[in-house]
Design a protein around this ligand. Structure first.
Ligand SMILES: [Zn+2]
Length: 325
């Protein structure tokens, strides 16, 4: 049986690398990139891949994306998951302004508000797309035991917020700093422990981390250690093909997880692909990468990856348990 290929797209407004929080409140967040996702969807379908659009609040209101996703869902060629940018996800509450801060992590709000935000966005996505929402990636890679508890109560099955080998502890939110996953090695999927998200356990929620590997390269006299992602940057096709080969040959790993932001598929709505030429090059790289991957991997949604491997998880049971908590 072929190994699996999972495509995750953080589906969010334009240019969220630039701080949108000001002393006067939140700057307007545009969703121009929603108009340009059709080419990407077509490219995925060409290779029978099933992109997982991890969708945030503003994109659930962006008509071109909503129409594209509804059509793809009817055909079974996409999955919609949840991706929360807590600072722009109802109910909105602005924390005291920090001039040195940036976009607020979900963990900076009270637990009551975190729960309200998670519940609101999940229900909103279920209303808009008329499907159960069972996969999640937290905004700015924030993940902890409380977020896990909320996911469980809301009937989720899969999370993909944890980035093995990578620490976000230098990235400020409003006041707090990001999470540190640098001690977590990439070992594929596992069921999370509800007491400690860095350990496996029986919470009922599976972690399916993005594919991130350690690479050692030699250049004349120097040895370079790097952490490499299956995530295009316009200049890393060879590296991504290397990752694919490594996972193909690894007996313990049976999936590859790619990641990209929806805003990286439009010129100028991100800091990496700034013009038309850069987007054309990105699509050229994607075409080569996807063709190579399709030889050894079958496309699958992230929830289906778990349910086909471990059996359908009883979502109703989780929901029932949640009421008793
Ligand atoms: Zn995001």
């Amino acid at each position: 049986m072929k190994k699996k290929f999972i495509i995750t797209v953080d589906t969010e407004g334009d240019d969220l690398w630039a701080n949108k929080i000001t002393q006067k409140g939140l700057k307007k967040i545009t969703t121009e990139n929603a108009k340009n996702l059709e080419n990407f969807q077509q490219l995925c379908e060409k290779y029978n891949f099933v992109p997982v659009y991890l969708t945030n609040y503003e994109m659930s209101e962006a008509k071109p994306f909503v129409e594209l996703a509804r059509y793809a869902l009817r055909k079974g060629t996409a999955e919609i998951g949840m991706h929360m940018h807590a600072w722009n996800s109802p109910p909105i509450k602005h924390l005291p302004y920090n001039p040195r801060g940036t976009h607020t992590y979900i963990g900076e709000y009270s637990q009551r508000l975190q729960w309200e935000k998670m519940k609101y966005l999940t229900r909103n996505l279920e209303d808009v797309f008329q499907v159960s929402i069972t996969s999640h990636r937290s905004g700015r890679w924030w993940f902890d035991e409380f977020v896990l508890k909320c996911l469980k109560k809301l009937g989720y099955i899969v999370d993909c917020s944890m980035t093995p080998y990578v620490s976000w502890s230098n990235c400020v939110g409003n006041w707090k700093y990001g999470k540190d996953y640098s001690k977590d090695a990439y070992k594929g999927e596992y069921m999370l422990s509800s007491k400690n998200i860095h350990k496996s356990g029986c919470s009922g929620i599976y972690e399916v981390p993005p594919t991130i590997l350690k690479q050692i390269t030699f250049d004349s006299l120097t040895i370079k250690h790097s952490t490499v992602w299956l995530r295009p940057n316009g200049n890393n096709l060879e590296q991504m093909l290397w990752i694919k080969e490594k996972v193909k040959k690894n007996n313990k790993l049976d999936y590859l997880e790619f990641m990209l932001h929806s805003s990286e598929l439009t010129a100028g709505t991100n800091p990496t692909f700034k013009n038309k030429g850069a987007i054309e090059k990105l699509y050229l790289d994607l075409e080569i990468l996807f063709e190579e991957i399709s030889k050894d991997f079958d496309g699958i949604g992230i929830t289906d990856y778990i349910t086909t491997k471990y059996g359908r998880y009883k979502k109703e049971m989780v929901a029932g348990n949640a009421k008793r908590l």
